[in-house]
Structures are given as structure tokens and as C-alpha cells.
Design a protein around this ligand. Sequence first.
Ligand code: 6PG
Length: 278
Amino acid sequence: MNEGGTPFGKLFVLSSPEEMARAAAGRLWGIARERATVLGRGRKETGRILVALSGGETPRLTLTALSSEPYRDRFPWSLVHFCQVDERWLPPDHPSSNRRMLKESLLDRVPVPPDRFHGVDTTLSDPREGARRYEESLREAFGDLPAGRFPRFDAVLLGLGTDGHTASLFPGSPALAERTAWVAATEGGDPPVARVTLTLPVLSAASHVVFLVSGKTKAGILARVLSGSESGLPAARVSPQREKTIFLADADAASGIARKSRPAGGEGRAPGEGTGAG
Ligand code: 6PG
């Protein structure tokens, strides 16, 4: 595993998708462990850890790793609320439903009570209603913050589309300009479907952002995002403090990053094994 700095945060290059998934699970565990320590189980039973998970295919391996040993027995499941970063407007049992992917790779495999998962209800009348109701449920989970304040997720897991989208924020989407709502209805993807997504201010308010990028098809776009010269790409606009953002890429996804600018050094500490702040 190599590591190095980029304009948007640290890049960790792992040898394979499986190694990347283990590193990502370790990172999520590191963040949750640090947060659980801060909450102090004995002192603030009402304390909670809020994690937002993206859809698509890349998170599947990571969430399966998180719900397997050694993390399954160590993760503070009783403190965590899982939320969706975004959802395609499809029936919840549709093969391309993000909720279905989260259910299969995580929620059906670990002791997370139903009231600890906050998802988009795609059985409602339309995506706008779905966005409105999802924002309501997040306001209940976070406590209704004053206008202009955004929820601070402890961790947000994001993917990267080949067009530079992340969450369901696609290039040119009006939702990219959203500055007050926490959730927006959008559309896009291949094939394009209606979607519901967290907005940029929410993603940027996170304490920790973990991008997962896997496979040769992502090599070009990852190099473009990390070059720092295409700040208009949606993924390049998620901007929490640099030290709170990491990119986990497998060797194929990192193959578009010239060796000279790839992380120096050899095997280092897996990102997740340190504290979440590291
Ligand atoms: C979605 C995702 C989206 C995803 C990227 C990468 O619903 O499609 O949230 O942002 O992260 O499209 O998708 P893959 O992981 O399938 O490559």
C-alpha cells in the first residue's frame, strides 16, 4: 500500500479491490472507534455515530468486509446510524437499488436495528417527495438544526463516476448549486434515472470523507480529479478540510496517475488502523 498527498487529501493505493475494501473497512472502523471513545459509552448513551453510505457497486466489497471478521465483532454497531448518500428512484428490491445493495452487503449481516437505518423511500409518489421526506428523517436523526446549518456526518463513503460525479451529483446538475437543502432530487447515471441525493454542503460538512475508486475504467477520471486542475468536477467540489478526506484506490484505478506523482514509499500503515483523525 502506498500513500501520498493530493490537492484534495491523502491518496492510498492498494494492490487489489479486496485490499482496498479491507483498508476502507478499517478506516470506517477507525473513525467509529475514535467517535465511540469520545462519546464515552458510559456517559452519553444518547450519543450516536452517523455514517452515510453511497450506492453503486464499489462499496459492496467494503461493506461485506466491515460486516465480516475482524471488524464485525469490534464495530460499535449499537451507536451507529447508517444513512444513504443517494438512491436511484427504483423499487427497493430492484437489482440496481442502492438500498438493496446496502441490505445485501451490510444491513442483513450485522446487528443494526431498523430504526438505525435512514434511507430514501422510493415507494413515495415521486423523487421530490422522496427528497423532502428523506430530509425530514435526517432532521429527526440529527436534531432539527437552525437554518443554514448542515448535519455533520462522522463519515461519508463516496464513489466516483467516470464522468466525475459523486453521490448523485452529476456534471451540470442544478443540484450542484443547492446551498440550503440537505437533500435534492436529481437525475443521471447510465441509463439515466431519477435520483435522490445528499447535497454538496452536507457532503462537505462531514468530519471524514472516504472516496472509494476501483478499476481501470476509473483511472482517467481519478487522475483528472486529483490533478487539481478540474475543480468543476462534482467529486472535486466535495471540500471538507483536506486532512479529513482520503482517496482509497486500487492499483488499476491509480494506473492513470503518473508514477512520479503517485504516493512515494512502500508498504505503510493501512489508513483505517490508526485513529479516524489520522
Ligand atoms: C450511485 C452512486 C454513485 C457511485 C458512482 C460509482 O448511486 O450510482 O452513489 O455515485 O458511487 O456512480 O459507481 P460504481 O461504484 O458502481 O462504479
